[in-house]
Design a protein around this ligand. Structure first.
Ligand SMILES: Nc1nc2c(ncn2[C@@H]2O[C@H](COP(=O)(O)OP(=O)(O)OP(=O)(O)O)[C@@H](O)[C@H]2O)c(=O)[nH]1
Length: 581
């Protein structure tokens, strides 16, 4: 662009130089011509004056001669002498000013005639003075002098007419030259004006074009810098997202999500606040799983109907002025100008919603540019929601598989494999922390009879009720497990035999109170036997401990059932009966 501009400026500069040179040269040429004409006019004027002087001197001399001859008064000779005295100089001037051969010939003839005329007049005057008036008058009467004078008059008159004509011509020429000069001056002024206007126009245009080009190049540079910034931001986001996915991949249980998600969402969505809500299994409500950047607490629950993103099934961006603001409790009442709700979908099912709030609501005089700054990158949020959906689904899936592999489907209690692993881990921990640990083996009494009386389904209901009774009477850290058939086992960390007996007694009493209605019959009178063993006191390893508890259980059965027996390491395999309550 600049090269095109420069070449047009060069062309324009050359044009200006040519025009200025022409404008400067033409007046010089024109005025030199006028000067030449003026010089010629001056020369013509001088010549005219010289011819006129010559003629006038000749006339004066002739007048003086006639006066003297006629009157005899010598005073007439004064003009005669003055005329005769001036004639040679006048003729001399004529000779000097003669500009051509023709004129020089003419002047030579005038000089010759003048001399002859003066000689003829001199002779008549001499004769008169000598008193020979008759001879003098005869000479005059011979008309020789008159003929010479007539020729002189004719020659001088003709030359004066030629000079007058030449003078007229030169004057016309001078007038024309001056007119031409004046026209040239006007033309030059106009041309200068046009030149100035054109120069101003071209310079202004070139400055504007340069300014425009500079501004374009500036905005291009800014755009490039912006792209570079965006690309750096994208690269950083990708890196954080990769870290997040890796972390989510190692999450084992859904509760762990609550620790992992805020850490990464805060980095991936800086200068925002937000929350992740996931549907509960019942799908009647969404539970808060993560939040970041909020001034206060995020509401722990959100009803599906409170979120327009979930209701419409698509990304919903609500601004300050938007009619359809989601009712997300703390987020809605917060200090944010925009709120984006993105439904999180995995394999066609909506599993939750990602809520992102941005901008400051309190700045009421925000212009559009600030509003743009406030808006979050919707595409980024949507992509993030997709990644989260997949990763969270994977966590749930892993949790389900893990649950299925560790939990007994009938009772909801852990299975034997889980119990064995837990016991091993717990005993190792107890060893490190020098704390206590007890196990309680539980076996429903005469369960075969229940099955026989109420059928297998009735037996299952009793098993489930007994499991619930156990779960209700233990601490969160305790592990309740279906060890096999109607046999259950309980692990009580940080718990000695004495406390374990109390717990077993509570469970025993609870089971004894079970009443179930099944197929029109009442199932009641359920009882269970319990064998308690404490780690270290009754066994060192897991197997030893379990065997001790089993021996105690056996002893309870032997002792009449519906009782709790603490193992006695000294008396295997017989157990020592502990008096219940
Ligand atoms: N309904 C139901 N019955 C089960 C299940 N697992 C084991 N059983 C039954 O539990 C009964 C266990 O009977 P036994 O081992 O003879 O013991 P018991 O009748 O409880 O007698 P004691 O243990 O000596 O008090 C068997 O009839 C099994 O079929 C189960 O998952 N559901």
């Amino acid at each position: 662009m600049f090269s095109r501009l420069d070449s047009s400026l060069k062309l324009f500069g050359t044009l200006i130089i040519v025009i200025v040179a022409c404008l400067a040269t033409l007046p010089i040429l024109s005025s030199s011509q006028a000067n030449a004409t003026l010089d010629a006019l001056k020369e013509g004027g001088a010549k005219e004056r010289a011819y006129n002087l010559t003629l006038s001197l000749l006339k004066d001399a002739e007048t003086g001669q006639r006066g003297f001859l006629i009157a005899g008064d010598e005073s007439f000779l004064d003009p005669y002498r003055a005329g005769v005295a001036g004639i040679p100089a006048a003729v001399e001037e004529l000779q000097q000013r003669a500009g051509s051969d023709k004129e020089r010939t003419l002047v030579a003839r005038i000089a010759e005639l003048s001399r002859a005329k003066v000689a003829e007049m001199d002779q008549t005057i001499r004769l008169k003075k000598a008193g020979d008036t008759r001879a003098a008058m005869d000479m005059v009467a011979s008309q020789r002098g008159k003929i010479m004078m007539d020729e002189l008059r004719a020659l001088l008159g003709a030359q004066l007419r030629v000079l007058a004509g030449e003078r007229t011509r030169l004057r016309d020429e001078l007038t024309a030259t001056l007119g031409y000069n004046s026209a040239l001056g006007i033309g030059a002024s106009l041309a200068s004006l046009v030149l100035i206007v054109a120069t101003v126009y071209i310079v202004t245009r070139s400055l504007n074009e340069r300014a425009q080009a500079a501004s374009e190049s500036r905005s291009l540079a800014e755009r490039n810098a912006q792209l570079a910034r965006q690309s750096a931001v994208r690269a950083e986001r990708l890196s954080i997202a990769a870290d997040m996915l890796q972390a989510l991949d190692s999450v084992r249980t859904p509760p762990e999500l609550e620790r992992v998600l805020p850490v990464f969402l805060r980095k991936l969505l800086p200068a925002t606040a937000g929350a992740v809500y996931l549907y509960r299994n019942s799908r009647d409500v969404l539970e808060l799983k993560a939040s970041w950047g909020l001034d206060g607490e995020a509401p722990p629950m959100v009803a599906p109907g409170d979120c327009w993103g979930l209701r419409l099934g698509k990304v919903h961006v609500a601004t300050l002025d938007h009619d359809l603001c989601c009712d997300h409790g703390a987020i809605r009442g917060g200090a944010h100008a925009t709120q984006t709700c993105v439904p999180m979908i995995s394999q066609g099912d909506v599993i939750g919603v990602l809520v992102v709030a941005a901008g400051r609501r309190d700045d009421a005089r925000r212009d559009d540019a600030r509003r743009d700054d406030d808006a979050v990158d919707s595409a980024h949020v949507v992509a993030l929601a997709e990644q989260l959906s997949l990763a969270i689904s994977n966590v749930s899936l892993r949790d389900t598989l893990r649950h299925q592999s560790t939990v007994d489907p009938l009772t909801g209690l852990y299975n034997r494999r889980f119990f064995d692993e837990s016991l091993k881990r717990e005993l190792a921990r107890a060893q490190r922390s020098r704390s206590a640990c007890s196990v309680v083996m539980v076996d429903l009494d005469h369960f075969k009879r229940v099955n026989d009386t109420h059928g297998h389904e009735g037996g299952d209901l009793v098993l489930q009720a007994a499991s619930r009774a156990m779960l209700q009477r233990v601490r969160a850290s305790d592990v309740v497990c279906r060890y096999g058939g109607e046999e259950l086992v309980l692990m009580l960390p940080d718990c000695g035999a004495e406390e374990a007996v109390k717990c077993a007694e509570a469970i025993r009493a609870s089971i004894a109170g079970i009443v179930i209605q099944h197929q029109g019959l009442t199932i009641s009178g359920i009882s269970a036997s319990f064998g308690v063993a404490q780690w270290r006191g009754h066994g060192e390893g897991e197997q030893e401990l379990l065997q001790a508890a089993d021996r105690a259980l056996y002893a309870a059965k032997k002792g009449g059932r519906n009782r709790v027996v603490v193992a006695d390491a000294d008396l295997p395999p017989r157990g020592r009966e502990a008096v219940a309550a």
